[in-house]
Ligand binder design. Sequence first.
Ligand SMILES: [Zn+2]
Length: 543
Amino acid sequence: MPTDPSPPQISLPQVDYLLTDATVYDGLGTAAVRADIAVLGDTIAAIGTNLVLHYHAGMVIDASGLAASPGFIDIHTHSDLSVLVTPLFDSSIHQGVTTEVSGNCGMAAGAMTSSGDFAFERRWLERSGVTLSWDTFGGFLDRVEQEGTAINICSLVGHGTLRKLAKGSTEGKADAGEIAIMQRAVADAMASGAVGLSTGLEYLPGGYADLDEIAPLAQIAHEAGGFYASHIRNEGDTLIESVTEAIAVGRQTHIPVQVSHLKAEGHKNWGKVRAALGLMADARADGFDVLTDQYPYAAFMTGLSVILLPKWALAGTPDDIARRMVSTTDRDKIRSEILADPLDWTKVQVGIARVRREAQGLTLEQLGALDGKHPVDSALDLLRDERGWVSAVHFALSDEDIETVLRDPHTMIGSDGVAASPTGAMGDDKTHPRSYGAFPRVLGAYVRDRSVLSLSDAIRRMTSLPASRLGLIDRGRLAPGMKADITLFRPETVADTATFDNPQQFASGIEYVFVNGRLALSGGVQRDIRPGRVLRRRGGTVI
Ligand SMILES: [Zn+2]
C-alpha cells in the first residue's frame, strides 16, 4: 500500500509585516478594496487577497475594520523649527503623518546661519536646547539626518530668511546685488535638496519684497525643479490682490504655485475665498500649475505683534518691537492707531507666552481684566515682557469658508503646525491644536460627520496630491514597490481631540503608522524609533 506522500515543504517568501483584511485606499481617490498588504524592508512588497498563503510574515497585524492609507503628507509645516527639539514628531505620528514639508511662510531654519543676523533665532533655539551649528542649507539637512527623525522631512528655502542674509531687516527694495546674493543662496539650497521656495509676504522683512525681487528667485527654484509656496501678502482686505500676486509669480516664471493656508480673515471678508479659488481655476485653465492648502480651523495663529500692531511697528527684530513698547512716543502712536480700528478683544487669545505662562489661553479681554488694565495696554505690556515674541490665536475665520475651500478638489491639507510633544521642551506651550489634529479633524469632522468630501478624496488630498506637487515618486500611494509609509486608522472613531484650551492632546483613531517599513505607532502607542529620512530634491524628483 502506498502511503500518502508527506506534504511538500513549501518555503514561502519572507516578509516583515502582513496587514490582513484592511480596507485599502490607494491614495489616488479610487474606491477602497479589501486586501492584505505585505511589507518587506522599507517597501510595500505586495497588495492582494489571501497573502498569508503566499508569504511568511515576521508579524501579522489584523487590520479588519481599519482603513489603510498611504502615510499622510503634510504639505505645509514649520517643523524645521522643532525637528531638533522634537525629533520623534509625536504630534505628527499620532495624526498618521509620515512626511512633512517644512520651511514655509518665508522662514527656513536651513537658510539660517550662525552669523549675527540670526541672533534672535539662535537664542530661541538655544532656549529649547538646540545649538545652531550650520552655515548652509545642506549643513542643516545633514544635522537633521545625523540626529534622526521619526518621520520623513523635506524643506523649502524661505525668502524672508534669505533677505535677512542679503539685506538685514532693513526696509526698501532689494538692489541688483542683493537679489544676486539671494539667487545664489536659492541655487545653493536647491542644490542641497530644498524642494522649492517659500515667501511670507505678510511678515517683515519678507514683505518689503515685490514681484521684481521674488520672480528672479522663483526662476532659480523653478530651474532646479522646485515649487513656490506663498503665505500671501494679505489674507483679509486685500486677499484677492494677494492671491493674484502669488499667481503672477507662476505666470511670469512658470513655477508651480502653492497658495498657503487659504482663508479670509475678518467678518467683512468672509466669502472671498470663492473668488480666490476662481482665480486659481482661471490660472489652471491658462495652463499654469496652481494649487492651495488649508487647515480646518476657524482661527489662525501667528505673532501677537502681527495681529495687533500697525505695519510700521513690525520692522526689525522682536527686540526692536519690544523696545517700541517702552518708548513713550512709539507706544502712544501704536496705541492710538490700534484704538482707531480696534479688534474684538474677546476673539484674540494669547498663544505661546514663555515668560508669562499665566497669560497663555486668555483672551485679550481676560488678560486686561487680570492686569486691571485696558486690553490694549495689557497686550502691549505682554509684547514688552515677552521681548516681542508671543503668539496669539485669532478667531476671525468662517466655518463656511473652511468647507468651501475643502470642497475644491485642488486643496491639500497642510497643518501649518510645528511638531510637538506634550512631554517635550515645548509641552507647556499653548500651541494651535492644528499641530495635533489637522488631519484627523478632516477625516472625522469633515468627512464622517459633515460629509463635506468623501474619505477616498480626503485621503487623496493628504497623499498622492501633495506627493505629485513635490515630485515625490515613491510615496503617496499604496502600491507594490512604493515606500512603506502606511497609516491604519478606524474611520468610525478617527478624530482630533486637541482644542484651543487644551491643545497638546493626541488624536484618536489612528492605530498603526509605518514609516519606511518600520512600525512607528502600534495600537495607538508610539515607539521610540526614528525611521524617518531627510528627503531631498534631485532634479525633477524628491527622494
Ligand atoms: Zn503662513
